[in-house]
Design a binder for this molecule. Sequence first.
Ligand code: PBG
Length: 322
Amino acid sequence: MTFPTTRLRRLRTSPVTRNLVRETQLTRNDLIMPLFVCPGTKVENPISSMPGNSQLSVDLLVEKAKALYDKGIQALLLFGIPEHKDETGDVACQHNGIVQQAVRALKKEVPGMYLIADICNCEYTVHGHCGTIVDGDVHNDLTLETLAKQSVSLANEGVDMVAPSDMMDGRVGAIRKALDKNGLYNTPIMAYSAKYASAFYGPFREAAESAPKFGDRKTYQMDPSNSNEALREVALDIEEGADIVMVKPALSYLDVINRVKNEFNMPVCAYNVSGEFSMVKAAAANGWIDEERIVLEILTSIKRAGSDMIISYHSQDVVDKL
Ligand code: PBG
């Protein structure tokens, strides 16, 4: 049937029909809010390139988590800024590590909040790379050991889910094996499966103090030109035991999100990263865009592309509009 019998504007005439036929509904259940924890008490270091986000000491992190929980945020992704860094990221595996302290406090004070720990070494190593350096590059198999150790340590402290973001080969399998060996078989793994070597992480590296001191991350993170390779990454992570697979960043990779969702019958997460966030904030600060509408459109588009859940720094601003 074609025009004039068919008129697609007919169902757009009323807000009610628009509601009835809406294909994608963004809800607060879809959102995960990232937070940064740092040493000290009463410390709040605003991240200049990410308005509304700060490094927070454990006490203020707990306050922030309570406020977010009351607003309807049910899950956090935690990043740590440690007091001291070392060569291998072993500081991230200690009972008194910064994220470990945060997890204990959060589980006590905001027990309903679901805690996801980013698993990586770049915030914890003096060189800022995501693993152990041998001969000027990250050594894959040595790094698996620290990633597994960090995962077990955090899960033992009460973290609900671990999310390895390092892009080493075989890390999902190594982490699954280590968790199971320690009786942590109910701790899910959300794998940063298709993580690209992206310039969109710029503001995050200020936030997490994790910029590499030499070179870049191109020997482990993916080339932005590739999407068949993303499917191979995802397939391997699923085989190794990933419970959720992630595509990161989100906006320049909506095609990858869509391919992953269509190819695999798996829960998909997308990370709406720091640079994507900062661009919106900068334009909004200049009065060039309607921030609220833009953010809802962005998050809805990520979901429409096929993501079941979204990690976004916008979560705290939009949760009470859903
Ligand atoms: C750690 C990690 C990074 C991000 C999440 N986990 C940075 C990186 O790979 O350099 C980026 C998040 C963001 O930009 O919001 N490896």
